[in-house]
Design a binder for this molecule. Structure first.
Ligand SMILES: [Zn+2]
Length: 402
């Protein structure tokens, strides 16, 4: 794992310590001749795609070809290593099965969706790793999703997502101290997109996803609600950005509220079959008409998350704004419509957990459409999905009979 390389002074860098920043796991090297410090972000997690080297003395970040890397959301997290936050960080160790040789899956990150996707690497690891004990490093909010019987240890770091904009040396000391218990320690690649196979979400949440062969009596069409300004259902991105910049993003929430009511009203008029209409997710703005079930929560707790997953799993279709808030809904619901804001197309499909083996059925059931489509277009898309699925399958998916 550790790198041997030469310093510009002609001396050699030698390994000093492992640094656990959060989304960066690094090896700190010091030149034996001039004392220059070089920090390599190990090629795991996001660094598997963007491996960088940080020189704290000059605050320069370089790629492996020696090119200086400008600040971006990922590279600049390395710079916090030069300004550590000195405080105690609680690390709770739960040992389930004792192993001498272990594989660590690090899910720490400053964004919920990233951590969640890292965690889903467990599916692949559990399936293929039979020798090493699996250790998961996790934050409290995602702790409930770990399938405990399949792992050796769980290390819970008592920090919130925002905290990982910083570096806490105390956390590194504590993790490194735990590592001395083992004869061999490996670090998982922890891919950003966790597996080439569909995720069996029930193994994580304990909740069976929607089953078209055994549909609930009153299946739901569910809007996934968020109130953060970046993820409001507002068609004009410049309006959204302007309000956000002025700190007035919340003033746009009523427009989303009215839009959701209007969409459900249009759907009720269009779809003959009886559906339940629900709003789930995070937030509490406004009171919905009686035909809309308001299942939003004010904060995510384990119980609230499980309740929401139950709602998703009873939903023929969920619709919401692109983002990590769509991961659990898409994994549990029968079908998904993800509304993609302008300028976000580089994150295509990252918020969808597919459940279909057949690519044509997947393209039917998981729609990623521009957020700025008219509400009438979105009504047509949803209405056709929930009423036309059976016919789509009849046309597209058949036996090999001659
Ligand atoms: Zn040197």
């Amino acid at each position: 794992m550790f790198t041997n390389c030469s310093c510009s002074c002609g001396g050699d860098f030698s390994f000093s310590e492992l640094i656990w920043q959060g989304l960066h796991t690094c090896e700190k090297l010091i030149c034996t001749n001039c004392g220059k410090v070089r920090i390599n972000s190990l090629e795991v997690n996001q660094s598997g795609i963007e491996p960088y080297i940080f020189y704290p003395n000059s605050e320069l970040i370089c790629d492996h070809e020696g090119n200086v890397v400008p600040d971006n959301w990922f590279s600049k997290k390395l710079k916090c290593l030069a300004n550590p936050v000195i405080r105690d960080v609680d690390l709770e160790i739960k040992i389930i099965n004792k192993f001498d040789r272990v594989l660590i899956l690090n899910t720490l990150d400053y964004i919920y969706g990233h951590s969640f996707l890292y965690l889903l690497n467990l599916q692949r690891i559990i399936k293929s790793e039979k020798e090493l004990g699996i250790i998961v490093i996790i934050q409290p909010m995602l702790r409930w999703l770990i399938p405990e019987k399949n792992v050796a240890e769980i290390w819970t770091v008592d920090l919130g997502f925002r905290d990982f904009n910083n570096f806490y040396p105390d956390l590194s000391v504590k993790i490194n101290s735990e590592l001395t218990r083992f004869k061999k320690v490996m670090l998982s690649k922890a891919y950003v997109i966790p597996t080439n196979e569909n995720i069996n979400i029930q193994a994580f949440t304990g909740i069976k996803p929607y089953n078209f062969l055994n549909e609930p009596s009153f299946p739901s069409i569910t809007f996934i609600w968020r109130e953060d300004p970046d993820r409001l259902w507002i068609r004009n991105i410049y309006l959204l950005k302007g309000f956000k910049k002025a700190g007035l993003g919340k003033l746009l929430i009523p427009f989303q509220y009215l839009r959701v009511i209007y969409l459900f009203r249009l759907l009720r008029r269009t779809i003959v079959t009886k559906f339940t209409y629900s709003v789930a997710g995070l937030g509490d703005f406004g009171k919905f008409p009686s035909y809309i079930r308001d299942l939003r929560v004010k904060r995510f707790t384990e119980d609230a998350e499980k309740m929401l997953c139950e709602i998703y799993s009873e939903s023929t279709l969920v619709i919401g704004i692109h983002g990590s808030g769509m991961l659990l809904p898409s994994a549990h619901a029968g079908m998904t419509v993800s509304l993609m804001p302008s300028k976000r197309w580089g994150n295509f499909a990252e918020d969808i957990l597919f459940t279909e083996k057949d690519v044509r059925l997947a393209s039917f059931q998981r729609r990623i459409v521009p957020l700025n489509l008219s509400i009438f277009e979105i009504r047509d898309i949803i209405a056709d999905m929930v009423t036309g699925r059976k016919q789509f399958i009849q046309k597209f998916i058949h036996t090999e009979d001659l």
